[in-house]
Design a protein around this ligand. Structure first.
Ligand code: ACO
Length: 357
């Protein structure tokens, strides 16, 4: 009860997470029909037809303009902010953006993480932030702002698939947070800021950084079984495995694995790293099956997120921020949907404290 498990807290037209069959549907399209088939901008048009434009091209142009607006905030970066982790600095920067419930606020919120994350990574590395370019797609521009170079097609495709794959996922912790805040009519910026806080936790969007820590600690495929057994015997959770809703494999893990394999085939991924990850995945699934035979614990989205974002050149402390760059579409769409209901979210609690004298 304390985790609201199985409680229905909203009706949504945005996404359906079918945990028994391992299927994710976003606005009537299964993930298979979206990842690698439709761009992030096209998915935003599906998620937010009443707020943004309804065509991919128009959303692409609107989002590009919003990236330019977000970049103005980068000029105000100071050393205190840059010394924070990328995720915490992103939260601080997002807090400076204007609030409200109109289209321009929504667009700026959706654009900003893709601009702030690369700028923060570069500043922390002592490099000058690269301004956005309106001629590029959102994914291509995010990569160009990270490296200063024109990304190759397979890299753009991989990041675009990632942004689409994580764009929305039912009433997960951060999306629920966004809906609660939006229901108070605080505005999109407040809803996104609160959601960002929820996303940061390792049980939600903060897992991919620790996935790489795990791969580093395992170091060689031969070591995987013994290392993972040690973690499980100490009662540790294996990052990138298990899910509250999925009782089978997370379909997002497969979408990202396919993208990773393509990136590997195009030379954009260290093949030894991929082999290590596959050995760790196999050993982890075997160890989890042995430790929890009554509960299906499968690979979740975060495992392959870690490898994909690493291969694209993002440092691990920025992974949650890149996740936010995709999920922000879902947050704003849910915030909008909640505002449309006109109802404040206000559940009740059962008092179990001492009786009043
Ligand atoms: N490693 C080891 N044991 C696990 C794991 C794991 N990754 N996941 C669950 N378990 C164990 C639990 O400790 C629990 O054991 P117990 O019954 O002895 O207490 C049992 O399996 C059942 O757990 P659930 O109730 O299914 O787990 P819950 O729904 O509470 O948690 C969660 C889901 C938080 C995702 C969990 O699986 C976990 O901590 N995974 C690791 C972190 C992670 O990968 N997070 C990203 C999730 S995806 C996302 O949010 C984008």
């Amino acid at each position: 009860m304390s985790s609201l498990e199985n409680v229905i807290a909203a009706e949504t037209r945005l996404s359906e997470v079918d945990g028994l069959n391992g299927r994710l549907v976003i606005c009537g399209h299964s993930l298979d029909a979206l990842a690698g088939q439709k761009s992030f901008e096209a998915v935003l048009a599906l998620l937010l037809p009443d707020v943004l434009s309804t065509s991919e091209e128009a959303v692409r142009a609107e989002l590009a303009q919003a990236r330019l607006r977000a970049f103005r905030e980068v000029a105000r970066l100071d050393t205190d902010l840059v010394s924070l982790s990328v995720t915490e600095a992103l939260r601080a920067l997002m807090a400076r953006l204007p609030d409200g419930e109109d289209k321009s606020v929504a667009l700026l919120q959706i654009a900003a993480p893709a601009v702030f994350v690369p700028a923060l990574i570069r500043e922390r590395a002592g490099q000058k932030p690269i301004p956005p370019h309106t001629g590029r797609s959102h994914a291509a521009d995010m990569l160009a702002m990270l490296t200063g170079n024109q990304p190759v097609e397979e890299q753009i495709r991989a990041l675009d698939i990632y942004l689409v794959t994580v764009s929305d996922h039912g009433l997960n912790a951060s999306t629920f947070t966004a809906r609660v805040v939006a229901s108070t009519r605080a505005g999109y910026a407040s809803a996104v800021l609160a959601a960002l806080g929820a996303l940061k936790g390792p049980l939600h969007g903060g897992a991919p950084g620790p996935v790489l820590d795990m791969l580093d600690a395992v170091a060689t495929p031969d070591n995987a079984t013994a290392w993972l057994a040690g973690e499980i015997s100490r009662g540790e959770r294996l990052m990138g495995f298990g899910h509250r809703i999925y009782r089978v494999r997370d379909p997002r893990a497969d979408a990202l694995k396919t993208a990773l394999n393509r990136l590997g085939a195009a030379g954009g991924m260290d093949i030894d790293r991929l082999a290590l990850a596959e050995a760790v995945e196999r050993a982890a699934l075997a160890a989890l099956r042995a430790a929890k035979p009554d509960r299906v614990l499968e690979t979740n989205v975060e495992f392959f997120t870690a490898l994909l974002l690493e291969a694209l050149g993002f440092p691990r402390d920025a992974f949650t921020g890149v996740f936010a760059a995709g999920r922000v579409g879902g947050w704003i769409a849910h915030a909008h949907e909640q505002i449309e209901t006109g109802r404040l979210i206000r559940p009740q609690s059962v008092y179990v404290g001492p009786k009043a004298a």
